[in-house]
Design a protein around this ligand. Sequence first.
Ligand code: 4NP
Length: 166
Amino acid sequence: MTPKSILFVCLGNICRSPVAQGVFQYSLNERFGFDLSKNWILDSAGTSNYHNHEPPDIRAQQSTLIHDIDISHQRSRQFKLDDFDKFDQIFVMDASNYKNVLKLSKNSVHKNKIHLFLDSSYPDENRQVPDPYFGGNEGFENVFQMLKKASVNWLDKWTSVNESIE
Ligand code: 4NP
């Protein structure tokens, strides 16, 4: 079933997961149009509370704005237990995020919601979105391209499953 509420999770919630949310929203709009895309609920969170209430890193904002995506309204928050019930799918950026979210899960329903975001592009390879926080601008562009490809690939995957059922 196509998930309709999706949470994107990284460590600080100021670089990768806010960009993932923005890019996924853009990809939904491209594919389904603005009105139908309102049927999805997207959010992002960090496993840490290091940057609570802060906007995305300025480099993350700039790297998405270049591609016409404005993420400046987002604010960092920490992942919490009731996110497992609130969201159909929880996309994590790397193995450390996976481990930290898994630790908080209470049952197999929770656990089955957690996926590495790059699994759509590289199934079963455990590929991770590198943390661009300590690097330069080119790291953010690289992350943007990975997240864009993964977003499109998830939508392709869900669309083709639904078509084969019908
Ligand atoms: P993010 O990047 O997890 O992609 O938001 C980071 C941002 C801040 C820190 C680490 C990673 N930090 O240690 O403050």
